[in-house]
Design a binder for this molecule. Sequence first.
Ligand SMILES: Nc1ncnc2c1ncn2[C@@H]1O[C@H](COP(=O)(O)OP(=O)(O)O)[C@@H](O)[C@H]1O
Ligand SMILES: [Mg+2]
Length: 491
Amino acid sequence: MPAVELVGITKHFGTVPANDGIDLAVERGEVHAVVGENGAGKSTLMSILYGLHRPDAGHVLRDGTRIRLRSPADAIAHGLGMIHQRFRLFPGLTVAENVVIGAEPARLGVLDRAEARRTVAGLAARYGLEVDPESRVGELPVGVRQRVEILKALHRRAEVLILDEPTAVLTPGEADRLIGVLRELAATGVSVVLVTHKLSEVLAASDRVTVLRKGRVTGRFVTAATSADELVTAMIGRSLTEAAPPPGKVTAEPYLLEVRDLRVRDRDGVPRLAGVSFGVRPGEIVGIAGVAGSGQRELVDAVTGLGRADAGQVLLDGRPVGGGRDRRVAYVPEDRAGRATAPGMSLADNLLMGAQRGFLLSMRLVRERAAGLVERFGVRAASVRAPIARLSGGNAQKAVLARELSRDAPVLVVEEPTQGVDVGAQEHIHALLAAARDAGRAVLLQSSELTELRALADRVLVMLAGRVVAELPAAEATDERLGAAMTGAAA
Ligand SMILES: Nc1ncnc2c1ncn2[C@@H]1O[C@H](COP(=O)(O)OP(=O)(O)O)[C@@H](O)[C@H]1O
Ligand SMILES: [Mg+2]
């Protein structure tokens, strides 16, 4: 008998079916991965399981018995625990205090510290979770705080642990350790529901997988007997055809975008760009690599006209870029929520932002044009009237690309185009960037994903301490060579 079973769960938000008749059974002692693209309905399903949302239809069985989940308190009472992405811990208290607080009536209102310490040390040992019960939570790295959340759930006798995209906040090393912890927990009989859109995690951590797509189950697999390909097909409804779009043609045309000896100092007079020069031809993608803070941001600001340079030039077709946003440069920033979109405004308004050019477009025209862009760029949204903040990360990114590419600016500057975006949307975004290149635009692509730079860029420039320290053709831009240049290990 499954430890927990969701039966025929349906949940609508407005007219959008976030969950549409989902069945999911989680066995005792297994790690059960729930995967799907952004917007597939994973979080909604988990919120229903944890009593945060009520389903329109369907029910939940716990050890074969139907239970009512009207609130998280009901879920906890039935042995369900949720590890939130934003931890609900008190930074000023110790690990032990955080774990026991709220779960047990303190004797005369006072927490028995020694008792708490013993309890937490015992739990930690039993489940193989390394933490020091005495440490102050505020001083711990994120990965360890997450372990404290897990201990807290176990202390409340959770037998089913729900983790919604738990590795999104972790470094790669911490993510590996978490997966180890989840395997340990399952070995002791705990059932783990692991929500993720990263296939490598699914394959490393889970026993079985349920795939969701557009609110429905599109696949159920035993992890050991499936493959990344099979999972991707269930997730996005087709397989990923070629790994990368075909490369562009090398041209000998003059630079469309040219940067000459650019120098920028910050407020304290520290050099952030110490003489950067390079050019991008039409029909070419030039990649920018480097560890964070090597001058990429200052370079992008100078090229887009958002920031000023202390010396040097940025030329478009031989003419200097103007201050403020230069209309000849399209820009897809990393910080989508902050720089690229007005979150409270509708998708339609966001898509046509800046396109009004002096006359007001009628509401109807805005909506028609927005609908055209949504169609052309494959943005998945319930309505162009809904706030853009409702869109999943991948769809918001496609919307920003749609807006910037439809402006017909000759130069395109893109930062971290696929950060936080699932595989299906990644492929689509890469194809859009390759198409912009093929249309003769000069593309400057800043990315921390070396595979992305290799797949798209013709050449990769490596920045370190405000300078370009290496330039490699894509074919020579191996992890080793890029890594060496990024850290200054290359001569
Ligand atoms: N509170 C909400 N209000 C309106 N729509 C929502 C809400 N939560 C989720 N949705 C919509 O339901 C769908 C599924 O979302 P979600 O469950 O968050 O997917 P996932 O976790 O797989 O990315 C999406 O279309 C999303 O926009
Ligand atoms: Mg989610």
